[in-house]
Design a protein around this ligand. Sequence first.
Ligand code: PTJ
Length: 246
Amino acid sequence: MEIPKSHPRYESLTYRHKLVSGLDAGFVAKAGLIAHGRGEAFDYLLGEKTTKSAGLAERVAVAKLLLAINPVISVNGNVAALVPEEIVNLSKILGAKLEVNLFYRTPEREQKIKEILINAGAGKVFGAGVARRKIPGLDSERGKVDPDGIFTADVVMVSLEDGDRAEALAKMGKDVIAIDLNPISRTSKAAGITIVDNIIRAIPNMIKLAGEMKELDKRELKKLIKEFDNGKNIEDGLKEMCRKFK
Ligand code: PTJ
C-alpha cells in the first residue's frame, strides 16, 4: 500500500511497512512486529527525538567501538528491515564485524538477512550457516554465536532485543552496548552503555559521530568512557521522558 506523503504519521507508517514487508519476505520474525509496537510506544514518550542522554550514550558507544580490538555488531530481523544500509555503513567506518544473530533462528532467515547486508554493501557477514559456539548460560538460539564473531569479540553492540543475552555477554567479560527504546528492559540494565533511542535515529547519529571522532586522540576517547556513568545516564533519560508529560 502506498502511504500518502501528506499523512501526519508518514515516517512512522513507512517504518511499520518496512517490517511488514520483511515479514512477507520471510526475514522478520512475527514477534518482531510486536517488538516494534512496544518500541513505538516508548518512542512516543521520548517525543520521537534523540534526547540529550541518548546523544551522550551514542557518543560514548562510538568511542568504545573505535577503541575496541574486535568489535561486533549483532543484526536481527528488525535491524535488517529498518536500517540495512546504515548498519553496514557504521560497521565499515568503525571497522566492526557484522553478525547475524537471531532469537527465532532458521537457516532461511539467517541466509536472507546475510544477503540483505551483502546487497547493502557488506563484505563478510558472520553468523550465518556456520558451526557455532555457545554463550555460557544462555539456552536460546540467540546464545549460539560465531566463533570468529561475537564469541571472540571484546565489544558487542546488540539492538532491539529484550532478554538475557546482554547479561550473559557481560558475564563473559565483554563490553556490551545496547540500543533499546525501553530504558528499564533487562538488556538496558545489563549493558555497559545503553542507548535509549530509536535505531532509525541512533545509527545515523553514530555514523556522523564516528566520522567526527575517528581522528580523536585515544586518550580523549578513553576519558569520555571513564567519565560516563550508565546508570545515571539511564536515570537522566527517564527524567527526560517524565518531563514530556508536564
Ligand atoms: O529477529 P529475531 O528472531 O532475533 O527476533 C527479534 C525480536 C525483536 C522478536 C527479539 O529480539 C525480541 O525478543 O524482542 P523484544 O523482547 O520484544 O524486545 C525488543 C526491544 O526493542 C523492546 O524493549 C523495544 O522497546 C525495543 N525496540 C523496538 N523497536 C525499536 C526498539 N529499540 C530501538 N529502536 C527501535 N526501532
